[in-house]
Write a protein that binds this ligand. Structure first.
Ligand code: GRG
Length: 299
């Protein structure tokens, strides 16, 4: 586990340096846009998604110092940050606290936070395209990366999952419906990070499939662990408001199974995720540590 924390720390340093390089400073015009993008992007997230990209890249023979996975990590972090800004808006979760700081719409205002959230989506696409050109990735690899990123962010993934989640508030979902929501709103982006890491290393179709299977299980486990943390931790520990799911009568794994069985389910999925890699002969290394971290993290 300390391995995973160390890994996250190392990746955070590299991805933050990449984001620093990509995002214009507050001093450059238009100042207000750059200030806002920076407030949200450098708010101190765990950088799990870029870490999964890097770990998948390394599992396919890539080196930690390479630039390709760092740019893909920055693009994912931007798309993820968009989702957090919008998730916190009054029309969605209506939250005041994120990453231990006041949410973007609390510091600025709702229209401004809405705009900056949207802005991060094309910027993420641009970062990926620019990186592919600078790093001489083939058109084919770039096309697949863009397709994975935006499919995972779209109807079949994050936006669609969030949509279903919002529609279901106040109604009890059965386990199958809940799995569909969780895989969409959280799991799809996580699964795509693992595939992106493999694509950056030009992995074979069989290896990409194993990475996708790992990411699918770990992605669902991530959201189950999130449900458990919401029910069992304090806002101070999480850096975001705890107890929100019960307050908004949201269907969660904790509601369906209870805390202990939900924890157990997450652990089973994490172990199964690693099995997919091992069966395909993909060295699990940091991916195994991260799977363990995802289901035992405290925030
Ligand atoms: C238009 C319906 C519609 C949606 C817009 C808001 C949105 C898109 C999607 C919401 C997706 C979302 C916030 C899912 C929850 C995923 C989750 C558990 C995020 C927390 O991730 P961490 O813990 O956060 O990695 P840090 O802060 O560490 O980066």
């Amino acid at each position: 586990m300390s391995d995973a924390r160390e890994y996250l720390k190392r990746v955070s340093e590299t991805v933050d340096a990449t984001l620093e390089q990509l995002l214009p400073s507050e001093a450059s015009y238009p100042h207000s846009i750059h200030k806002l993008m920076r407030y949200s992007t450098f708010a101190g997230g765990k950088r799990v998604r870029p870490s999964l990209i890097m770990a998948a890249y390394e599992a396919c023979g890539g080196s930690f110092g390479d630039e390709k996975p760092r740019f893909a990590g920055a693009a994912f972090e931007m798309l993820h940050t968009f989702s957090l800004i919008h998730d916190d808006l009054p029309c969605m979760d209506n939250d005041d606290l994120r990453r231990g700081r006041p949410t973007t719409h609390r510091v600025f205002d709702v229209p401004t936070a809405t705009r900056v959230g949207f802005l991060l989506v094309p910027v993420a696409g641009m970062v990926l395209a620019q990186a592919a050109r600078d790093l001489a990735l083939s058109e084919e690899v770039l096309g697949r990366m863009a397709s994975e990123l935006f499919t995972a962010g779209g109807i079949e993934g994050m936006v669609g999952g969030q949509w279903l989640d919002l529609e279901a508030e106040g109604r009890s979902l059965d386990r199958d419906e809940l799995v569909r929501v969780h895989r969409g709103k959280t799991g799809a982006l996580i699964r795509a990070t693992c595939i992106l890491g493999g694509l950056a290393a030009e992995a074979s179709p069989a290896v990409l499939e194993a990475l996708g299977a790992y990411g699918r299980d770990v992605g669902l486990a991530f959201q189950i662990a999130d449900d458990v943390l919401d029910a069992t931790s304090t806002s101070e520990q999480l850096g975001k408001s705890a107890g929100k799911d019960a307050a908004s009568r949201k269907s969660t794994y904790v509601g369906v199974l209870g805390v202990e069985a939900a924890r157990e389910e997450a652990a089973v999925l994490a172990a199964q995720a690693v099995d997919h890699l091992e069966s395909a002969g993909v060295p699990s290394g940091a991916l195994a540590s991260l799977a363990g971290y995802i289901v035992s993290r405290q925030s």
